[in-house]
Design a protein around this ligand. Structure first.
Ligand code: ADP
Ligand code: MG
Length: 284
């Protein structure tokens, strides 16, 4: 059985930060792998045209493979699109192909354009129930580094937002814009959405700067910030080139252990943890 508690219902996370290179994809795939490793059923939706999450999970995503694009634009059910990760049959992925780069524009003229991913995901959860497949415990939607329609779709499909913050100078820059966008989504499109989780990434605890950033983030977001920070680790950055998460690639490495610990925290504290908190950040 699972070592981490199963949630009462499927928890859907959007992993977002409009900055690139802060660890969104690394966080989405490694938390997903850590939870799947403990026996839970997990889906990663690759919602970034770069397809980095698909690559990291060892999922085929060459042009022509059914992908997130087909769900958003062509009404293809996710049940026809999902692939299981070669490392773990409980770890599923909706891959992204290069097609998705056009979706941001094509979505503009689609009916209910903000709701596409939510509807696709709901239909898939119902499909699994109908087919007698195990209920999904976690869904992670990996977002591109922008606040466009792809990210809006992810915000509308989720209840929880997970924001990775890189432990470096300007870490909090851009965060007020992200939070006010989330407020807008909550006001107009999805009342349930809230920032439940902040994860400090690429931490180098030997530097004063990283220590200052960690302190500042914890001060601003005491309830949301996980106690576990992810260290900067070569093994984490090597794993994707083998089509593996660090959980599979080097399970005893500091990076793998940190993601396992972060996943445990997320599982233990549950979804009600931070619901209803208003987040503000005073920067610059
Ligand atoms: P994003 O999805 O926000 O653009 P990524 O997850 O792709 O960010 O990470 C950016 C780069 O940093 C990638 O090359 C990734 O392998 C690397 N990286 C992410 N987290 C770590 C870490 N903890 N230690 C070392 N490298 C990391
Ligand atoms: Mg990414």
């Amino acid at each position: 059985g699972a070592r981490f508690p199963r949630p009462d219902e499927t928890r859907v996370f959007t992993v977002a930060n409009q900055k690139g290179g802060v660890g969104k994809t690394t966080t989405a795939v490694n938390l997903a792998a850590a939870l799947a490793e403990s026996g839970l059923h997990v889906l990663v939706v690759d919602n970034d045209p770069q397809g980095n999450a698909s690559t990291a999970l060892g999922i085929d995503h060459h042009a022509g493979v059914l992908s997130t694009y087909d769900a958003l634009i062509n009404d293809v059910p996710l049940s026809d699109i999902v692939q299981a990760s070669p490392a773990n049959e409980n770890l599923l992925c909706v891959p992204a192909t290069i097609d998705l780069s056009g979706a941001e524009i094509e979505l503009v003229s689609v009916v209910a354009r903000e709701n596409r991913l939510r509807l696709a995901l709901r239909a898939y959860l119902e499909h699994r129930t109908r087919e007698g497949l195990p209920r999904l415990d976690y869904v992670f939607v990996d977002c591109p580094p922008s606040l466009g329609l792809l990210t809006v779709n992810a915000f509308v499909a989720a209840e929880e937002v997970l924001i990775p913050i890189q432990c470096e100078y300007y870490a909090l820059e851009g965060l007020s814009q992200l939070l006010s966008n989330i407020d807008l989504i909550r006001a107009h499109l999805n009342q349930e959405l809230h920032v439940s989780t902040i994860l400090l990434t690429m931490n180098d605890s030997r530097t004063n700067l990283a220590r200052e950033v960690v302190g500042e983030v914890r001060e601003h977001f005491p309830e949301q910030t996980l106690r576990t920070a992810i260290p900067r680790s070569v093994r984490i950055s090597e794993a994707p080139s083998y089509g593996q998460t660090v959980i599979a690639y080097d399970p005893m490495s500091s990076g793998a252990l940190a993601y396992l610990e972060a996943a445990r925290e997320i599982a233990r504290r549950g979804s009600a943890h931070t619901r209803g908190e208003e987040l503000r950040v005073a920067t610059g």
